[in-house]
Write a protein that binds this ligand. Sequence first.
Ligand SMILES: NC(=O)c1ccc[n+]([C@@H]2O[C@H](COP(=O)([O-])OP(=O)(O)OC[C@H]3O[C@@H](n4cnc5c(N)ncnc54)[C@H](O)[C@@H]3O)[C@@H](O)[C@H]2O)c1
Length: 443
Amino acid sequence: MSIESPTSIKKAEGKLGVLMPGLGAVSTTFIAGTLAVRSGLSTPIGSLTQMGSIRLGKRNEKREVPIKDFVPLSTLDDLVFGGWDIFEDNCYEAAINAGVLEKELLDSIKEELEKIKPMKAVFDKNFVKKLDGEYVKSETNHRDRIKALRNDINNFRKENSLERVVMVWCGSTETYQDPSDKIYSNLSEFEKALDSNDKSIAPSILYAYSAIKEGVPYANGAPNLSVDFPAMFELSVKEGVPIAGKDFKTGQTLMKTILAPGFKAREIGIDGWFSTNILGNRDGEVLDDPESFKTKEVSKLGVLEQILEPEKNPELYGDLYHKVRINYYPPRGDNKEGWDNIDIKGWLGYPMQIKVDFLCRDSILAAPIVLDLALFLDFAKRSGLHGIQEWLSFYFKSPMCKPDLYPIHDLFSQKVKLENTLRHLMGETIITHLGLDYYYDED
Ligand SMILES: NC(=O)c1ccc[n+]([C@@H]2O[C@H](COP(=O)([O-])OP(=O)(O)OC[C@H]3O[C@@H](n4cnc5c(N)ncnc54)[C@H](O)[C@@H]3O)[C@@H](O)[C@H]2O)c1
């Protein structure tokens, strides 16, 4: 399999299905938001594919074009939504329960939302201790569950006359699993574990496996393992399917990956970074379980290590104490508050402090990420890309990359990578930001 030349990238014709395991706060905010934008009721703020533009060529050419005009992406009108959940609520009811968007807005698109009904989920309470699944498939072994999920994907495809489908995991955070376990090390070990119904394989892994086997690109919005292990890398390359993950980069970690590269760039030291959050949505309730929190904690902690590289900069970051807390506090619902206390040091070691109090709306920040991932993953597949899509790191707290590489967390490096990938795929010159040629004649 090879990358298509720009002229042979397949057009984004026909309907694109977006399937989401988990019809909760993020996915319903994404669906309702897209329908609202489609009806001209609102604006897709936060979405690079809808609002962003990209510079092409040299600065003096003054070529800046909207990304959606430059890259052949599906239009919002061509999207069809579907998903699974352990609760039977339709998308309207689930969005009302999530409490992110106003009822008035939801009522204006109620008819369309009510038509989106979840399929029965593959669920195992051992992986999400705080939830009780009611609307769950009866199949009890992994192979039967995969067969049922593949049937769901195919029925969704047929019933909606779809040309292509992508899947974005918007389900709850599952308990921590060790990626170095032998069953994840290669495809043959993993498939043996599926056959023997290995109890350590989580539902999100079964969704991901089913998607890839159906040729459906898959992105993981949560910090669960899901597709982030060598057996899945192997499968996704073999099947020619793009995969991406993991854990949507919103809220506090988004701020961290904006601020930390700035301190590092100016050689400002950091002794401590204490982050604490209060949130009261279902995600917060799930993360109140220490095993689910551990999965999230691992995802949130790695960010500073990689950006600051304390081993290479011991005087600046060698003593850095980094702590992340998440506290479930129901009165706040989806409107999270995240505090950061950052103890920095400057010239001659003089200490200073920065306090960040981010009153954010988690799902409002996550919804445009789901949209962009769906559109870019579909584009990636049409461009002949497969396996890990590191250029989509921009959207993730724990970006997936080849095992022999380290992830890039700096938001601005991630943005350059994303834009250069688009330029490369579309046959445009890569922008290096050197710029000496504007000032010196080239021989
Ligand atoms: N909101 C954000 O900003 C944000 C940021 C990063 C990551 N995330 C992650 O995205 C995911 C979704 O977040 P949310 O706020 O929408 O949570 P949510 O609790 O509102 O929604 C998750 C939904 O998944 C369902 N679910 C759980 N297990 C399932 C399974 N096996 N199959 C199908 N459905 C299942 C739950 O019933 C629930 O309705 C979470 O894992 C969260 O950690 C969210």
